[in-house]
Design a protein around this ligand. Structure first.
Ligand SMILES: NC(=O)c1ccc[n+]([C@@H]2O[C@H](COP(=O)([O-])OP(=O)(O)OC[C@H]3O[C@@H](n4cnc5c(N)ncnc54)[C@H](O)[C@@H]3O)[C@@H](O)[C@H]2O)c1
Ligand SMILES: [Zn+2]
Ligand SMILES: [Zn+2]
Length: 369
């Protein structure tokens, strides 16, 4: 079939709206008609080149919609099913899935390579085969994705809100609850309040933290962070240090979660100083792939048992966590509508990213229908 997609043809380029050819699903795949897609910063890393990827690629990895065609061998999904697409697949059979860490599924290797898991492409335009960001490509009216990347959700849940749970909500919430292992009474610092950090704030509050300090240089972000549950806000990490030091009487935080647009090694020591004994610095933000130097006190790690942890998809188990997060929303325990600052049409995708860069959005959302 023919559909419309936003394609990145070269690093540093703009998203170009294309009429594209889309193949039917192969074995183990489904075609999805998108309702909405979030504008996550990770697609921006394709544009800046921070994240090495094989181009051209249909962007987008945070979406929801309805199944409109099922490929051979697909037995657990039907035409009409409402689904969230997850930015990492989970096969359910590799050692990591079996161990209960499906965010580290061996099939995740394919996320930025372009083709589907069987090595072939679904999208074509200008005589070229086009890859799919994270096997998804949610910047398209329709896409074909692996069943391994799909979570079926309850009929009736608003699909525009469900889209956000495909990456940002689950990544941020999980970074606080799972990766940082925050507990009742803890003190958490969330550095960067975009689509990810906003949900780390919500996760920290849901975990029962007594103090949640949200850090962002943009005043609008700090105001939203307060509405989402931050007890304190700061414009910089230094300002956050003063607050945390004061409220904890020098004991410092239990975790600091890095959710800025780009992670930088030079900032690690100031993040480590936000946490106390046994405190965790959780690195959720992506750094440039070539950045391999970080400034930090190794003695702090030893003497205070501080830890630095990476967090992929918030260490979440999508098939388990996504239905729970949606139900928490139904129960009034998780804000989703409030995360959407502005809606765009697909052909406004570059405008959406311009707003993200300017710090105007918690999350921008492309609405298809
Ligand atoms: N680990 C994962 O699984 C995963 C998943 C999704 C996204 N990410 C990454 O998470 C990061 C955040 O994504 P997002 O979509 O929320 O981005 P975003 O651009 O929406 O938000 C980033 C926020 O950081 C703030 N910021 C920038 N510099 C800062 C600083 N020095 N101190 C404090 N705040 C600062 C910005 O003002 C902005 O509010 C990106 O690097 C993204 O690629 C990681
Ligand atoms: Zn994302
Ligand atoms: Zn697996």
């Amino acid at each position: 079939m023919r559909t419309t997609a936003a394609v990145l043809w070269e690093p540093g380029g703009k998203w170009e709206i294309e009429e594209v050819e889309l193949d039917s699903p192969h074995a183990g795949e489904v075609m999805v008609e998108l309702t909405a897609s979030g504008l996550c910063h990770s697609d921006e890393h394709l544009v800046t080149g921070d994240l090495p990827a094989v181009l051209p690629m249909v962007g987008g990895h945070e979406g929801a919609g309805r199944v409109i065609e099922v490929g051979p061998g697909v037995t657990d999904l039907e035409v009409g099913d409402p689904v969230v697409m997850t930015f990492l697949p989970a096969c359910g059979r590799c050692q990591y899935c079996a161990q209960g860490v499906p965010n580290l599924c061996n099939d995740g290797y394919a996320a930025t390579l372009g083709p589907q898991l069987d090595g072939t492409y679904r999208f074509r335009a200008r005589g070229e085969e086009i890859g799919q960001m994270c096997l998804l490509g949610t910047f398209a009216e329709h896409t074909v994705v692996p069943v391994k990347s799909v979570v079926k959700i309850d009929e009736g849940f608003p699909l525009d809100l469900a889209a956000l749970v495909g990456c940002g909500v689950t990544t941020g919430f999980g970074s606080a609850v799972r990766s940082a292992e925050l507990r009742t009474g803890d003190t958490a610092v969330v550095v960067g309040v975009g689509g990810i950090g906003a949900n780390a704030v919500q996760g920290a509050r849901a975990a029962g933290c007594r103090y949640v300090v949200a850090v962002d240089p943009v005043e609008y972000k700090r105001e939203r962070a307060t509405e989402l549950g931050a007890t304190h806000v700061a414009a910089s990490v230094d300002e956050a240090w003063e607050i945390v030091s004061g409220v904890t009487r020098g004991q410092m935080g239990d975790a600091a979660i890095l959710c800025t647009g780009v992670a930088r090694g030079a900032d690690m020591q100031s993040l480590l100083q936000l946490v106390g004994k046994r405190g965790r610095v959780v690195v959720t933000a992506l750094a440039n792939a070539e950045e391999d130097t970080a400034a930090l006190s190794l003695l702090d790690l030893t003497l205070y048992e501080k830890q630095i942890r990476g967090a992929l998809f918030g260490s979440s188990a999508a098939q388990h966590d996504i239905p729970r997060l949606l139900e928490m929303h139904n129960l009034g325990q998780l804000k989703l509508r409030e995360l959407i600052t502005k809606e765009y049409s697909l052909d406004q995708v570059n405008e959406g990213y311009e707003d993200m860069r300017a710090g105007r959005n918690i999350r921008g959302l492309i609405r298809y229908r």
